[in-house]
Write a protein that binds this ligand. Structure first.
Ligand code: PLP
Length: 396
């Protein structure tokens, strides 16, 4: 079987795609992994070659074999026509949005979307005469009432960053498509292993590859994949903006993805188990994890997702800042930091009411976001148990 045969097997399972796609071992002396091709200039031997604009490799910004291999792998996983690679998740998001709107248009964005996505849409797009309105993540088919002739794109993020609402993507996509609007979905949480937005009606799916794809907290990368209708526009937008990604970072992403299936299985099972355990701990008022049967969107989750991500939130009773400090400053295994998706556990406090506009967040209490890593599970429970005890004591 040649590398080509392996790569194009449409019936291959995600695990086989993750282990075989984009390696092209036979093209480089049999070495298993796609090498890092560092380079800007690609040399042509003749004038004919120089003028062959259809040749696959012409200039390093667009035609890097390591980066193209990553795009191919993500396309196979998402069932996409094509994928562009960007130097951060946010630049993949902005490239996807810029591919769908122009001056005079408007985009609708879920109120639960990742905050920098919101900031770009408010502050960035307005400079170019593009409008933006936020909608209730639980709006479902009701989005039809918000869509006007100006609405050219609807942005979905499911579950929502920080607050974990599941969105009814098929219903939103049906309403958007009825009015000719494009649907973009941020799939960073579930990965294509557990949720496939293009199959549920989205036109473009974006990933903060920085998170689960890279998996080791050591690179910033983003991906945007499109269906056949949107691919030419996405590819062209990526090209004219000059969005280029370091081949070293593409390599790290490819390497991380080889083990994505086993990591996701472990992260997902642990996050569900820790979430269920936290629900029973004193002082925990609510746990926001769509995989829990008590989550208000659990039925949608069961319908549209086949597994769980690593990340969820919990709410403790309102307490002074000193209680939050006592809790997080004493954590031994859970680190405090932004991003997520690495092998190491994280826990940070946050406040959604600073972000929300369509559906103000007026729930009393202190929110924490938890990313469950691969440490010993009992060690993680002990660390969290002691943290809750410090919090409860300081807030009593
Ligand atoms: C982190 C994140 C992004 C942005 O990714 P960066 O690589 O940090 O730019 C986008 N969407 C979601 C859901 C994220 O968590």
């Amino acid at each position: 079987m040649t590398e080509k045969d392996r790569d194009s097997g449409t019936s291959a399972s995600p695990e086989s795609i993750l282990t075989h796609s984009g390696r092209a071992s036979e093209d480089h002396l049999g070495f298993v992994n796609m090498p890092v091709f560092r380079g800007s200039t690609i040399l042509f031997r003749t004038l004919d070659e120089l003028e062959d604009y259809g040749a696959p490799y012409r200039y390093g910004r667009n035609d890097n074999p390591t980066t193209l291999a990553l795009g191919k792998l993500v396309s196979e996983l998402e069932g996409a026509e094509g994928t562009v690679i960007a130097p951060s998740g946010l630049s993949a998001v902005t490239t996807a949005i810029l591919a769908t709107v122009a001056a005079g248009d408007e985009i609708l964005i879920s109120d639960s979307a990742y905050d920098p996505t919101r900031v770009f849409s408010v502050e960035g797009l307005s400079r170019y005469g593009i409008g933006c309105r936020f909608y209730d993540p639980r709006i479902g088919a009701g989005i039809a009432d918000l869509i006007t002739d100006r609405t050219k794109a609807v942005y979905v993020e499911s579950p929502g960053s920080l607050t974990f609402e599941i969105q009814d993507l098929p219903a939103i996509a049906a309403a958007a498509h009825a009015r000719g609007a494009t649907v973009i979905s941020d799939n960073s949480w579930a990965t294509p292993l557990y949720h496939r937005p293009l199959q549920l009606g989205a036109d473009i799916v974006v990933h903060a590859a920085t998170k689960m794809f890279v998996g080791h907290s050591d690179a910033m990368v983003g991906t945007a994949s499109a269906n056949a209708a949107l691919w030419p526009r996405l590819k062209r937008t990526h090209r004219i903006l000059g969005v280029a990604t370091s081949p070293d970072d593409s390599y790290l992403t490819l390497r991380g993805m080889r083990t994505l299936a086993v990591r996701m299985k472990e992260h997902g099972a642990r996050s569900l188990e820790l979430a269920a355990w936290l629900q029973r701990q004193p002082g925990v008022e609510e746990v926001y994890h769509p995989g829990l049967p008590t989550h208000p969107d659990h039925d949608l989750f069961k319908r549209d997702f086949s597994g769980s991500g690593s990340l969820f939130a919990m709410r403790l009773r309102e307490a002074p800042r000193a209680a939050i400090a006592a809790m997080v400053n004493g954590l031994q295994l859970f680190g405090m930091g932004y991003s997520w998706g690495g092998y190491e556990s994280l826990c940070i406090p946050f406040n959604p009411s600073n972000i929300r506009t369509a559906v103000p967040w007026d729930v009393k209490g202190q929110m924490f976001r938890v990313h469950v890593g691969l440490e010993g599970f009992d060690d993680l429970k002990a660390d969290m148990s002691a943290a809750l005890a410090r919090y409860n004591e300081a807030s009593a």
